[in-house]
Design a protein around this ligand. Structure first.
Ligand SMILES: NC(=O)c1ccc[n+]([C@@H]2O[C@H](COP(=O)([O-])OP(=O)(O)OC[C@H]3O[C@@H](n4cnc5c(N)ncnc54)[C@H](OP(=O)(O)O)[C@@H]3O)[C@@H](O)[C@H]2O)c1
Length: 235
């Protein structure tokens, strides 16, 4: 399948590499390919420049967000939470009729709004929207012709694409969305990643809980000294 991963961050790279390994035809989207390839310094999270990563992944092509989405059958959103709705709306014509798996968290890195919770990378960003709305819902409202499926939000990128590395893979992945066929398409992709327990949380409104879990995820991660972990829904 031709799959577009919109986003050049750590999450986008993890999905792109895994999908390529699984035999898919993968393109990655960015604002401006020349600018992205011209970067030589790691970002504030310490993620190495994208060009360095791309050199180690021959066969993966870097295009603009719009071009990447236009040529794909399935699209993954990894544009950061603060900018995703605007960027996706601008290319809505290339997303119409397609499944869009969204894994972004609506973190806002605004110093005036950050709450005083020190983290290894600075102060914890705030969530916006939160509680009475979510990024997943906003994207679905902005793209009524697109089948949005929220997934992969509750895990680190490395674990998303390699669930077996934690507890032999015996933990839970969540998804939510309005379209049953789109959710099955995403569930199939997650099973190909190695997920055995994919729990459908129902309509896209469940994005609220998945996104709000972000702070709990960080709290557990700090308690474990940064170690990778999974969460399991025990029935
Ligand atoms: N990494 C994880 O493990 C993980 C797990 C779950 C959820 N998430 C969430 O998923 C989202 C993506 O995370 P990530 O780590 O893969 O990447 P990221 O570094 O948060 O975001 C990278 C993407 O956002 C775009 N971007 C940044 N600023 C922008 C702006 N002002 N206007 C338009 N686009 C902009 C970048 O465009 P360019 O390519 O043009 O620079 C890039 O493609 C985040 O919301 C994150 O919190 C991450």
């Amino acid at each position: 399948m031709k799959i577009a991963v919109l986003g050049t961050g750590g999450g986008g790279r993890a999905h792109a590499a895994k999908l390529s390994e699984l035999g898919h035809d993968v393109v990655v989207g960015t604002r401006d390919p020349q600018v992205t390839l011209g970067r030589t310094e790691p970002d504030f999270m310490g993620t190495p420049p994208f060009g360095q990563w791309l050199a180690g992944h021959p066969g993966i092509e870097l295009l603009t967000f719009g071009e990447a989405a236009r040529t794909a059958d399935l699209v993954i959103n990894g544009i950061d939470g603060a900018n995703a709705v605007r960027e996706l709306t601008a290319i809505s014509e290339h997303l119409a009729g397609k499944t869009l798996m969204d894994y972004a968290v609506p973190f806002i890195y605004n110093p005036e709004r950050e709450h005083p919770w020190p983290t290894p990378w600075g102060v914890m960003p705030a969530l916006d929207p939160v509680d009475s709305d979510s990024l997943g819902e906003r994207i679905q409202r902005a793209l009524p012709e697109t089948k949005v499926v929220k997934a992969c939000v509750t895990q680190e990128q490395d674990t998303v694409v390699e669930p077996q590395a934690i507890g032999g893979g015996d933990h839970t992945m969540f998804l939510a969305g309005e379209d049953a066929d789109a959710k099955e398409q995403v569930a199939a992709l997650l099973r190909a990643y190695g997920w055995q327990d994919v729990l459908d949380l129902g309509p896209i409104v469940s994005s609220r809980g998945m996104e709000m879990y972000a702070h709990m995820h960080s709290a557990i991660q700090f308690a474990l000294g940064g170690a990778r972990f999974g969460i399991k829904v025990v029935r």
